[in-house]
Each structure stands twice: as C-alpha cells, then as structure tokens.
Design a binder for this molecule. Structure first.
Ligand SMILES: C[S@@+](CC[C@H](N)C(=O)[O-])C[C@H]1O[C@@H](n2cnc3c(N)ncnc32)[C@H](O)[C@@H]1O
Length: 356
C-alpha cells in the first residue's frame, strides 16, 4: 500500500470521520467501543494516506535521530492512533483547549501549532470539521517529509485544506514561532512512557517559553513517579478484562504499590515562567530511600501520568504512554537499599538510575 487510494468519495470519508470523532470525543466508558473507533479511524486514515502496516514506501520505516531524541517512523507514528485512550483523551483535551482559547482570544483566528503531527495529523483533521477556517487554523510540523506529505494529502482528501496555515518540516526542539503571528495553542505528543527515547522534553523546553500570556501548551504537565510494585499484581488482568466496565484502567493495582516519590515533573507553565531550564535542571537528581521492610520480592517502577488540559488526564494504564515501566534490570529490591535517579536530556533521553 504505497500509493494513495483516491477511489472512495470524499463525502463518504467525511461522514465516517465525523462519526468516529464523535465517538472518540464522547468518551464512552466502554473501552472496547473506544478501541473499535480508534481502529476504524486508523483504517480510514491509512487507506487515504497509504501509510500503514502493509505499506511498502521506503521511508515509512525511517526513524530520525535528533539532538533531543528519536522521531519515530511514519508507520509507527500512524499506529499511535490505535492507542485509543491516548487518542481519545488528547482529542478531548485539544478540543477543550481550542474552546478555551476562543474565549481567551476573541475575534481572532485561533492559531494551533501541531508539533510532530505524524502522517495522519489525527488531532487536527478530526477537530477541523467542528470549526470554520476563520475560527481555527493549524500549522502542521514534523521532521519527517513522508509524514508531512501524507498529512497534507489527508487534509486535501477530506476537503479541509483551508484549515492549514502551513506545513513545516523541521525539528520542533529548535523551531522558532513566527514573529509576526501569535500562536494560541501548541500540541505535541512526542513521548513514550517515562519520557524515554522521544523528544517531548526537548520540544516542550523549546516551545513553551515562546508562548504569549494565555496561550495553551498541551500536554500541560507530565509527571513521573517512582514506586515499588509486584509485577504479578501489575499484569494480572487480560486485555479483555481491561476493556470491560467503568472503573479506571489501572484500578486495583495501586493498593499493591508503595509510592516513593516524584522523580520528574515536566510542567509547561513552569517552563514558560523561567525559560524551563532552571526549574527542570533543579528537578533532575534524586536519591530515594526504599523503606526498611518494604522490599523482598518487589521491583521498582516508573509511573507516568499526563495532564493533557484542565481536568483531562491520562492515568495509569489508560494508554501505552501511562503503562508502568518496571525496572527489571535493577532486580528485586530489599529494604534499606537506596537508588539514585537522574533524567538525561539529549539524543537518548530517559532516566539513568543506579543502586547506591
Ligand atoms: C508519537 S508520533 C505522534 C503522531 C501524531 N501526533 C499522533 O498524535 O498520532 C510523533 C511524531 O512526531 C514527530 N517528531 C518527533 N520528534 C520531533 C521533532 N523534534 N520535531 C519534529 N517532529 C518530531 C515524529 O516524526 C512523529 O511523526
């Protein structure tokens, strides 16, 4: 599948797009339904853009290593849509942020920078149809040419090109916002659990301080916490069980954990207040005591939570981004051990840790 499929009528695509967007925004408590909507959205975008599991374009598997971390390949970026918790919550968060920005900046077009849009620009193409081009305008940015071309083709196919101000190929970690025009919302999802590998931190540290008063950065905050856990308790549920019911995805696991403290807080607002680097640097080194008697069969784990916008949060197990990262390489811990953590910003971002 390396050519664009032009056969389906744009009207049919648009109706499907609207109903899937409605479903993902409505946040059904039934996670199976959410998963089905995300899967259908992936199939729809994939058939239009020609990027998917079976695409053969030579650049679909191209990863790009940048100074702030890895830009995943167009094929992997496309698959992010399938993470239904992530897609739904980011969609709801961005939608709420646009409504809020329209209040804060009345009588102007809300300018949105989507940094790392991927081949489907899923958060933009779904929400565009809910507004008019004079109400919202997206600037789509990605380091990968193939992704940007695919995103452009998707907007054209859905007849939504008027919603796009520009397509920019560059590194979001060094991009300077246009001087003559205000950016009201920035959205970026260039991360993995525990802020490893991908450049979310570098992108946030670059873009958040450039925003004007009242502008919104999404996600607003990402926390990484350290805990002791029993892997047998963490991975007890089957995917089918996780899909059922109204309870939060990670419900039940937390009571088996011992929380040790926060190892990182990436807060876009604080980055803006002091240019980011000071506050972030202060939060980089940690030494944590493992409580006496708490060990014996427990592992250390990093827990990630993402505050997307306002009360819209991606919690424990709701997404691949918020699944615990169990530090199996440290082995089982015993009472009295101490561990030291530092977050490394750079081409290979992530935590460095050791028992001391
Ligand atoms: C995790 S994917 C997310 C794709 C899409 N935003 C979504 O929500 O499904 C991250 C995307 O950001 C791009 N990217 C990562 N780091 C980047 C950077 N520093 N500058 C520009 N693009 C970047 C990658 O090429 C990839 O397309």
């Amino acid at each position: 599948m390396d050519t664009f499929d032009q056969t389906a009528p744009a009207g049919g695509y648009s109706r499907r797009l609207k109903s899937l967007t409605d479903e993902l925004l409505s946040s059904p408590s039934d996670r199976g339904r959410l998963r089905a909507a995300a899967a259908e959205l992936y199939t729809l975008f994939s058939s239009v853009a020609g990027v998917g599991d079976d695409s053969t374009h030579p650049h679909d598997s191209e990863e790009i290593w940048l100074a702030g971390g890895k830009a995943i390949s167009p094929r992997d970026a496309a698959r992010c849509v399938l993470d239904s918790g992530r897609t739904s919550k980011f969609l709801r968060g961005l939608h709420a942020a646009i409504l809020e920005a329209r209040q804060r900046f009345p009588d102007t077009t809300v300018e949105i920078l989507y940094a790392g849009c991927g081949p489907f620009a899923p958060l933009a193409v779904t929400l565009a149809g809910r507004f008019t081009p004079s109400a919202v305008r997206f600037t789509l940015l990605d380091i990968n040419r193939r992704s940007l071309d695919a995103a452009r083709h998707i907007f054209q196919t859905f007849g939504l090109s008027d919603f796009v101000r520009d397509y920019i190929r560059c590194d979001a970690a060094s991009y300077r916002l246009g001087a003559g025009r205000t950016t009201h919302v920035v959205v970026t999802e260039t991360m993995q659990a525990a802020l490893e590998h991908e450049p979310q931190v570098a992108v946030t540290l670059n873009l958040a301080p450039q925003l004007c008063q009242g502008a919104i950065f999404i996600p607003e905050r990402i926390n990484v916490d350290l805990c002791l856990c029993d892997p047998a308790e963490e991975f007890k549920s089957t995917p089918a069980e996780v899909d059922e019911g109204d309870s939060p995805a990670g419900a039940g696991r937390d009571k088996h954990r011992i929380h040790l403290g926060r190892v990182l807080e990436l807060d876009a607002e604080s980055c803006r207040a002091d240019d980011g680097h000071g506050l972030f640097t202060r939060a980089r080194e940690f030494t944590l005591d493992v409580p006496e008697g708490a060990g014996g069969g427990l592992n250390l784990a990093l827990l990630t939570s993402v505050n997307i916008f306002d009360s819209i949060t991606l919690g424990d197990y709701e997404s691949g981004l918020t699944c615990p990262k169990i530090l199996f390489d440290l082995g089982r811990v015993t009472g009295g051990m101490r561990v030291e953590f530092a977050y490394r910003v750079g081409a290979r971002p992530g935590f460095e840790y050791r028992l001391i």
